[in-house]
Design a protein around this ligand. Structure first.
Ligand code: KIV
Length: 263
């Protein structure tokens, strides 16, 4: 299979073909996802939460996202790779956003960038597109605004959402993530737009779905509650814990290394 391009992606919505997206942050995981036929790999700033163990995405730096994105792009032979512009480059305005995205492009060879925001980021999206940088929008719940909003809530404000997604589409984004939006609202939003909607906690009627790699696989350090929007397809926490406990037992009991692992 050849590399997925933007022009091919543009045929998906008219053909009713769902887009499958997963976040990923390192080379071996990205190789596995690419081999499994995942359409888009997103190097999200959820990096801060699931890799760095922080409570928000706000501290992720441009250098850090570039470090991880370079590995993912190198691993992706087929998948389209999107990289988050971390806080606060888009908040600083179009020039800073283009500067940050240009560094992402030059240093990783990613296919596109993602930025959070609606009408308030329309001019920034337009500037990026004008610079030849494809943009994935991100409306609804916006984790970079957590300090302003005070929490992760389901979005129910119909007019505001529609205003935002139309502005993102009109500014030239090729698709938009809808995060934590009531199912019916997300269905209406999907029907309203020509560009695909990629849902996370936005019900089944979006044109595609995205999940965080660690959530999908149950790759977490503690027994925490799985959010309603996540379907956990594996239990890596148990698999990893059992494997390393077995290893520790074997070392302590002089079972490992046996002669079969010795020279
Ligand atoms: O940072 C991220 O991983 C994201 C997805 C959850 C959409 O923005």
């Amino acid at each position: 299979m050849s590399k997925l391009t933007l022009s091919k992606i543009r045929t998906f919505k008219p053909e009713g073909r769902k887009i499958v997206v997963l976040t990923v942050y390192d080379y071996p995981s990205a190789r596995l996802l690419d081999n499994a036929g995942i359409d888009w790999l997103l190097v999200g700033d959820s990096l801060g939460n699931v890799v760095q163990g922080k409570t928000t995405t706000l501290s992720v730096t441009l250098d850090e996202i570039i470090y991880h994105a370079e590995m993912v792009v190198r691993a992706a032979q087929q998948a389209f790779v999107v990289v988050d512009i971390p806080f606060p480059f888009c908040q600083l305005g179009s020039t800073e956003a283009v500067r940050a995205a240009a560094r992402i492009f030059k240093e990783t060879s990613a296919d596109a960038v993602k930025l959070e925001g609606g009408e308030n980021r329309a001019s920034t999206i337009a500037a990026l597109v004008d610079a030849g940088i494809p943009v994935l929008g991100h409306c609804g719940l916006r984790p970079q605004e957590i300090r302003q909003t005070g929490g992760y809530f389901v979005q129910r404000q119909r007019e505001l959402l529609f205003q935002d997604i139309k502005a993102v589409e009109n500014a030239g984004a090729f698709a938009v993530v809808l995060e934590c939006i009531e199912t019916e609202l997300a269905r209406e939003a999907t029907n309203l737009l020509q560009i695909p909607t990629i849902g996370i906690g936005a019900g089944p009627f979006c044109d595609g779905q995205v999940l965080v790699f660690h959530d999908l696989l149950g790759y977490k350090p503690e027994q925490t509650r799985t959010p309603k929007h996540v379907k956990q397809y594996a239990d890596l926490q148990t698999i990893i814990s059992n494997a390393v406990k077995n290893y520790a037992d074997d070392v302590r009991n002089a079972v490992f290394p046996g002669m079969e692992n010795s020279f």
